[in-house]
Design a protein around this ligand. Structure first.
Ligand code: GLA
Length: 727
């Protein structure tokens, strides 16, 4: 049993294979957080101490006992206006008396299986893989009913949290802030680790101590953003990849979010993950509810590597869905860096021919095939095939591509519109725009109001009309600007950003229902909406618009803390690289791209025959290891921000097959020797290098490692494939 209730003490224990999460409805009905960490089998209420807290607020029920204060007690779902003056998980503004919502325990239910959330992505599991705890809290005065949902995936060491806020009162109130997870830590000495970035340089890692200053990261951009990822880690100071205690929080949402970390006056740490409270005030009339997106929690006492493995498995098995969930994804070639807007049907057919001769299985026609779209200044919203530009119909084009035994994929950006488009001229009211104010342009485009069902339906029909014309087996779903004017004629202003994201999810769900066999890859100027919410609909996401192999080492490193290789689109492009001008070898570009869902972003016709031959070999190598890369364990073996080499390892779950990849980042005079230590091997087994035939004991490779071949020179790279010897 994953959820255990001690009725006498009103203690709830969520037990996973290696962790315990505990809380208690106390004598006043407040839900106190007791413990989250390594598995224990006792009640942890002894941890909560009561000292004189007369200078903090004391509830009236405690009469003259000044030792009880919500300002200092560890809470499960703290609310502003109840005496807790720290940052809280919930703010409700009442019409008559400001911000207060005094939530007390009412009831709970323990249910087999994992709860689902209406209209929102969430972790899913079979009935026998998970249990749900639902705790109902209520404020008697305003009638707010808050259902705290906990999903426990015992074997995965995963606990999810979500919250449903319902107005069961007589009047209206406004939700001004809503988080789905709060963790209170009694001793508060931790580091806060988050992943920040920018367009073409996403998910750089920063590690800072949790301090008395409140740290807050998040997005107000309408998408989860290039700038901050909704996945954070709280770790004890000394925690490394292999040792130490760490907690992860991953928000399953693709829009505005906020994560806060800080210490209170007594040095106790609080970590909160939820909806961004700027651009957000959500009124609830009698009977209405707000669903707060889910946060996935995980704890490991064995460092970041173990934490990452658990998130990878959770995302692969309990977030990603559909036909391609466990299937090896096709190696693709994309027309973007090959031709940008300058192509016709023949360009695509030629790409397909080249693809076929190289062993590539899918050609993607990127931006530029529709409406009037020869640059990024026009045409978005007009999802009609530009047959004049292509020189044929879409059906003819795809038939031609398929003739080469190559699948066909297409680029779409359904949420957007150019002012220079038929759609905008006919329906200027479809865009997010504040009446009387010119909306901001970004990449010279405006955002369609996807919070509106009629707008979504209009675009859906257009998109289906395209998809129905031909055998389309892949979609790249792009979103190339952020939201700015959050006004909609059909949503209350404070709800627009949230309703927009729900609208995108609704569109995607309908699309998947109608085209269950199409593989959809997410994209947002590269990795600007790289989150677990999108992964529920799109089992892979284009990791970054930066295809430079050396920059990618850092981007993919940061991405790997939460996201598995199976969800991260990664392509070989031409040199000099279009984003950085850097020149790297084809081999290095291939090895780096093999740490994700592999593909190409160049015109093979421009390659000399010798390079084509190397590419053929590269694709064969990828195909040999595609299963291992997609479904095996992934370990980071160095830190590209600090080390002179970058290394990572893919190892099969049965520890039989290993692929080590190493790139030399820096070269120096009289170079000291570096060693790369492998992870997760069977220590007693012997592993054979498939190429050299040399044999190593697993323990030796893990304890002492292998010397790094720096003599290959800067930006060069190599792979070592090991196979466990039988017997
Ligand atoms: C974004 C994507 C690119 C490409 C262009 C097309 O920037 O990330 O891969 O599709 O849009 O406009």
């Amino acid at each position: 049993m994953a959820v255990i209730y001690n009725q006498e003490k009103r203690i709830f224990s969520l037990q996973t294979k290696n962790t315990t999460y505990q809380m208690k409805a106390d004598q006043l009905g407040y839900l106190l957080h007791l413990y989250y960490g390594k598995k224990v089998s006792q009640d942890m209420d002894y941890l909560v101490t009561y000292a004189d807290r007369g200078f903090s607020g004391n509830p009236a029920e405690m009469a003259d006992k000044r030792t009880y204060s919500l300002d200092t007690l560890p809470q499960e779902y703290p609310v502003l206006g109840t005496g807790d003056n720290r940052t809280t998980a919930l703010i409700i503004r009442n019409a008559d008396y400001g911000e207060c919502c005094d939530l007390r325990y009412v009831s709970h239910k323990i249910i087999k299986g994992k709860y689902a959330l209406k209209g929102l992505p969430a972790v899913y599991a079979d009935e026998n893989q998970a249990e749900t705890l639902s705790i109902t809290l209520e404020d008697k005065l305003n009638g707010a009913c808050v259902e705290l949902l906990y999903g426990v995936l015992e074997n995965e060491d995963i606990i999810t949290r979500s919250v449903i806020i319902t107005n069961n009162g007589k009047g209206k109130f406004v939700v001004e802030k809503a988080a789905s997870a709060c963790l209170d830590f009694l001793p508060g000495d931790y580091d806060f680790i988050h992943f920040h970035g920018r367009h073409t340089m996403e998910r750089n890692m920063e590690r800072i101590p949790v301090s008395y200053t409140e740290t807050r990261i998040g997005s107000r951009r309408g998408a989860s953003s290039h700038q901050h990822n909704p996945g954070v880690i709280l770790a004890e100071h000394g925690t490394t990849e292999d040792y130490g205690k760490c907690y992860g929080m991953l928000f399953v949402y693709s829009g505005n979010f906020q994560c806060e970390a800080g210490k209170d006056q007594f040095g106790q740490a609080r970590l909160i993950m939820g909806l961004q409270n700027e651009h957000f005030y959500y009124p609830l009339e009698k009977g209405q509810s707000l669903v707060v997106p889910e946060t996935i929690l995980c704890y490991s006492e064995n460092g970041f590597a173990d934490l990452s493995l658990k998130y990878h498995d959770c995302i692969r098995n309990h977030i990603c869905r559909g036909k391609y969930k466990n299937e090896c994804r096709p190696v693709l070639i994309n027309s973007w860096e090959a031709a940008y807007f300058d192509f016709d049907g023949n360009t695509i057919i030629n790409l397909a021919k080249e693809a076929a001769s190289l062993g590539i299985g899918l050609v993607v026609m990127d931006d530029g095939w529709f409406g009037k779209r020869d640059s990024d200044n026009s045409g978005l919203g007009d999802w009609t095939v530009n047959e004049e530009k292509l020189g044929c119909t879409l059906g003819e084009l795809v038939e031609n591509v398929n003739k080469h035994n190559v699948k066909f994929g297409i680029w779409l950006e359904p949420e957007m519109v150019s002012e220079d488009s038929r759609l905008y001229r006919e329906h200027p009211d479809f865009v997010l725009q504040i009446p009387g104010k010119q909306p901001l342009r970004s990449r010279n485009q405006l955002v369609l109001d996807f919070s509106r069902e009629d707008v979504r339906e209009y675009i859906f029909k257009q998109v289906c009309a395209v998809l129905d014309q031909a055998n389309i087996e892949y979609i790249k779903w792009d979103m190339n600007r952020n939201l700015s004017e959050l006004y909609s004629s059909q949503s209350f202003p404070g709800c627009v950003a949230y309703n927009y994201v729900l609208g995108v999810y609704d569109f995607l769900e309908k699309l998947l229902e109608r085209y269950p066999d199409i593989l959809v890859e997410g994209c947002c100027g590269g990795g600007g909406r790289f989150d677990a919410g999108m992964l529920y609909y799109t089992p892979q996401i284009w990791c970054s618009d930066n295809t430079d192999a050396i920059d990618r080492l850092k981007i993919q490193y940061g991405t790997s803390f939460f996201y598995p290789a199976s969800v991260s689109g990664s392509h070989v492009s031409a040199v000099p690289n279009h984003q950085t001008g850097r020149i790297t070898s084809l081999e290095t570009r291939g090895i780096v791209a093999m740490s994700g869902i592999f593909g190409y972003e160049l015109d093979p016709a421009k390659m000399p025959e010798e390079e084509k031959e190397k590419t053929r070999e590269q694709i064969k190598t990828y195909k040999k290891y595609a299963g291992l890369i997609q479904s095996g364990d992934y370990y980071r073996l160095s830190d590209p921000f600090k080390d002179v080499f970058t290394a990572w390892e893919n190892i099969s779950k049965d520890r039989e097959q290993v692929l080590l990849s190493v790139v030399i980042n820096e070269i120096h005079g009289n170079m000291p020797v570096s060693y790369v230590k492998l992870k997760g091997l069977d220590g007693n087994a012997v592993y054979k290098d498939e190429e050299s035939g040399l044999c190593y004991q697993g323990a030796a490779l893990m304890e002492a490692g292998m010397p790094v071949i720096s003599s290959l020179g800067e930006y060069n790279s190599y792979q070592v494939a090991l196979i466990k010897k039988k017997g």
